[in-house]
Design a protein around this ligand. Sequence first.
Ligand code: GLN
Length: 282
Amino acid sequence: MVISELLNKGNDLLNRADIENHKNEVKLILCKLLDKDQSFIHSYPDYELDKEIESKFFDIINKRVKAYPLQYIFGELDFYNLKLKVSESVLIPRKETEILIEKIIDIAKEFEEPKILDMATGSGAIAITLAYNILNSKIKALDISEDALNIARINKENYKLNNLELFKSDLFENVNERFDIIVSNPPYIKTSDIKDLQREIQYEPKIALDGGTDGLKFYKIIISKAYKYLNSGGYLAFEIGSDQAKLIDSLLNDYGYTDIKVIKDYAGHDRIIIAKVSGGEI
Ligand code: GLN
């Protein structure tokens, strides 16, 4: 089969399965399999593909027809300035989370040797990116899932990050020190909303999505304890659901955090909230 025919067939199958953005996806899949960039497939529509590529292509298309995420199929994705490994054991890092990274990189400049804790690290997306981009930082990252930590460990190993320590912990369970910045993108979807989210999301670990009945379970726990683990003048930073800013703002207020700021994402939705702790001592 030649390139143009293969792309048409792939398009047709994904279109019938209601996969958004399928035109881009089929090209992406073929480029990845051929290890070429898009200019190659545009320049050589009549290039005859070998049988092995063809069969790999349709294996992938058949998974995408069932809305299985492309990032799990490839086992990696581009995130910030890195390539990260992912598997079904971890949430697929989202573009929006890069805004949180930018912000942390910025506030970390206030500290000589910033000590940062990433809670519910999953693939390690936040911790790995911070450890890679803030050279003088000391980062710790935790997750309750050993399977998730194993993926984070691969990512850490790939970038040889000596300033990052990964450990298993149910939130603050195994945390015994203070930090300058605590950051988290915890699970924040209401339990009852998960089933209505797009088909791709149903393949992601429920434990990484489910924020309890009101979606706020993890914010409540973290906010009520984080100040005991923050140095004076330290920061608490979260990614949040677009309808949660008000509630989380008032929770932060109740616990005495100050300088609360909400930052919007690329779509104009509230997505990040950052607050300062004044004292730090209990
Ligand atoms: N911290 C990881 C991320 O931002 C995982 C978050 C999660 O599993 N809720 O991608």
